[in-house]
Design a protein around this ligand. Structure first.
Ligand code: ADP
Length: 153
């Protein structure tokens, strides 16, 4: 099993889409191993979006990500990083394919509903950034044998 980090951004919380987005992950067969609501501050956002700090739109991202609390989640599954990134869709909601979360729920480049880790290395760093070990639960739901074949888990 692999783990990935998802953030339901203020654009999801303010539009009351948290349940709809979480439901998609559950329906797909991803397992929620951690979930909580937190407020983000400049310190954690500067770290999380370090690759964008010099961009002219970075102050706008900071404002956007602090507009409401966010929900952070750890999802588990085989190849969870890739599976969840594909479900998330292209960064710009206007370019995202229909059927993806961004393609179905937004039309903005910035207000794009979710963050999802883009590699196993990022996932590992991001999970540590947002969760303490005791906040994560490494269980297998009873339905696991209906989600994967024996040799997939
Ligand atoms: P992704 O979230 O798809 O991994 P990036 O890491 O490139 O994409 O960007 C992080 C977030 O910053 C995006 O999800 C989006 O909210 C915001 N962002 C990226 N590029 C722009 C842009 N050109 N204008 C406004 N916001 C942007």
């Amino acid at each position: 099993m692999d783990r990935t980090l998802v953030i339901l951004k203020p654009s999801a919380i303010a539009r009351e889409l948290a349940g709809a987005v979480i439901s998609r992950f559950e329906r797909r067969g991803l397992i929620i191993q951690g979930l909580k609501m937190i407020s983000l501050d400049d310190e954690i956002l500067n770290e999380h979006y370090a690759h964008l700090v010099g961009k002219p739109f970075f102050p706008s991202i900071l404002r956007s990500m602090k507009a409401t609390p966010v929900v952070v989640m750890v999802l588990a599954g085989r190849d969870a990083v890739n599976v969840v990134r594909k479900m998330t869709g292209a960064t710009n909601g206007r370019a995202a394919e229909l059927g993806t979360i961004r393609g179905d729920f937004c039309v903005s480049n910035q207000e794009n509903i979710v963050h999802a880790s883009d590699s196993p290395e990022s996932a590992s760093a991001e999970i540590k950034r947002f969760f303490r070990p005791e906040e994560l639960f490494d269980y297998q739901p009873a339905k696991i044998r209906t989600i994967y074949a024996d040799d997939e888990v």
